[in-house]
Design a binder for this molecule. Structure first.
Ligand SMILES: Cc1ncc(COP(=O)(O)O)c(C=O)c1O
Length: 430
């Protein structure tokens, strides 16, 4: 018996979902590029700009309040991902900027001839910084490649490229284009056993599944708050020893301890307040509706707030899985459409609800434009997953159409996009 998901209550929490244009609702299927935010995120940000609008470490009331926001935001993100301490959480501008910063710092300890592994399923944010580092330091780049026909990495994909000289493995938890969830915990064990650092991009996983850095076993895990119902910020978890010891590029007067040594410059305070709002929202969702299934797969016992937040994420995953199956089943009825990667609705547990496809004879940009005219928002292109598009031999500039479902998407919205696609492309006529 499928769990009842409180979709009406959920949608009521997101003010943007109620907007209409000339009487037509907005259908947000652009979630992989950024999600909408619930009321409590907006409230937290607004209140911060009124009550706590000051720089850090002052003796006066607004500065004390600002310090409290920063501390609370780090604690909130630590609980969201089951981090050992709020000090293991670094808040930055976005995933890409954080990854450039950490690649610079990790690179200080690397020498010519050292090897790094990147994958062709990743977003450029977890490829380009490492390629540039390799170029600068004379490192050898090994590519871990997925099987396009299966939309997955083979079990030995990492084994084939690891060597005694591998110093770093950069890989993604879930693809931002084809949605595959990778066996990252298993790869992390393999890489760390070989003596390499493991840097994981969890950007597309975090909005859809409970993220548990303790269970994952990597050295760094990074995600984008604005794709997890929050403000435009990036967040990184790092092993405490590494956050303490790696050289950080910071001004002399910045804090010497983590996470402050990585957060040099004035914080985006109102954004950090928004991070607290994300956790407020997920805490609400944990308690809304039926009890969520308790499948944690964590390395150890979870703190009470982490348990609740992960319950909310399990509830999200269960609901999204049903929508993904509906979408994939509908797309399978349209002969002109080819879904990339895991197209079988039965494989939904191995993917997040991000689905990429091409339409025979129709440019992807045109499909996206046509849907936009119907007020249905989807992305087209390579979406910075350049290597994935290349692996499928698709025109790099036109790329694919990407439909991204989120837990505030309704079955009716899935049906609406399927209806348009079937009407336009169902007969093979473009
Ligand atoms: C998988 C993945 N990694 C990294 C990024 C880059 O994130 P940011 O925009 O926070 O730099 C994105 C953004 O789309 C993404 O989908």
């Amino acid at each position: 018996m499928a769990e009842m998901f409180p979709i009406t209550d959920v949608r009521a929490r997101f003010p943007a979902l109620a907007l209409t244009d000339d009487g037509r609702p907005r259908v947000y299927l652009d979630g992989p590029g950024g999600t909408q935010v619930p009321d409590c995120v907006i409230d937290r940000m607004t209140r911060c700009l009124i009550d706590a609008n000051a720089n850090h470490a002052g003796a006066f009331r607004t500065s004390v309040a600002a310090d409290a926001v920063v501390a609370e935001a780090h604690a909130a993100m630590a609980d969201l991902v089951n981090a050992g301490s709020p000090d293991d959480i670094v808040v930055g501008a976005n995933m890409t900027t954080l990854t450039y910063a950490f690649s610079r710092s990790i690179g200080v300890g690397l020498s010519p001839g050292d090897e790094i592994v990147v994958t062709n399923m990743d977003h450029e944010g977890n490829i380009s910084p490492w390629l540039q580092l390799a170029n600068e330091r004379g490192l050898t780049v090994r590519w871990m490649r997925f099987d396009p026909a299966r939309g997955r990495f083979a079990d030995d994909a990492l084994t084939r490229v690891l060597s005694p000289r591998t110093r770093l493995v950069a890989l993604g938890l879930a693809s931002n284009l084809i949605g595959t969830v990778n066996q990252t915990a298993r790869f992390a064990v393999e890489a760390r056993t070989a003596g390499a650092l493991v840097y994981v991009d969890a950007v597309q996983y975090a909005p859809h599944r409970p993220l548990d850095v303790a269970a994952l076993g990597a050295d760094f895990v990074v995600w984008s708050a604005y794709k997890v119902f929050g403000p435009h910020l990036g967040v990184l978890w790092g092993r405490s020893g590494l956050l303490a010891d790696l050289p950080a590029f910071r001004v002399r007067t910045a804090p010497t301890l983590a996470p402050g040594r990585w957060e040099t410059g004035t914080a985006n305070l109102e954004g950090e307040a928004g991070l607290i709002g994300v956790v407020d929202y997920l805490g609400w969702l944990a308690d809304a509706g039926d009890p969520a299934p308790a499948d944690h797969g964590s390395a150890g016992p979870l703190r009470p707030r982490t348990r609740r937040l992960h319950q909310a994420m399990h509830r999200i995953a269960a609901y999204e899985d049903r929508l993904t199956a509906r979408l994939l089943e509908g797309l399978a009825w349209i002969p002109a459409i080819t879904v990339l990667g895991l197209a079988d609705p039965a494989a939904r547990a191995d993917r997040v609800p991000t689905v990429a496809f091409t339409v025979d004879g129709v440019p992807s940009a045109e499909v996206a434009r046509r849907l936009a005219l119907e007020n249905i928002f989807v992305w087209s292109g390579h979406n910075y997953a350049l290597e994935v598009v290349r692996a499928y031999g698709i025109d790099e500039q036109d790329g694919v159409v990407r439909i991204g479902l989120v837990h505030y998407t309704t079955a009716a919205e899935v049906d609406a996009v399927l209806d348009r696609l079937a009407t336009w492309y169902g007969t093979g006529a473009a």
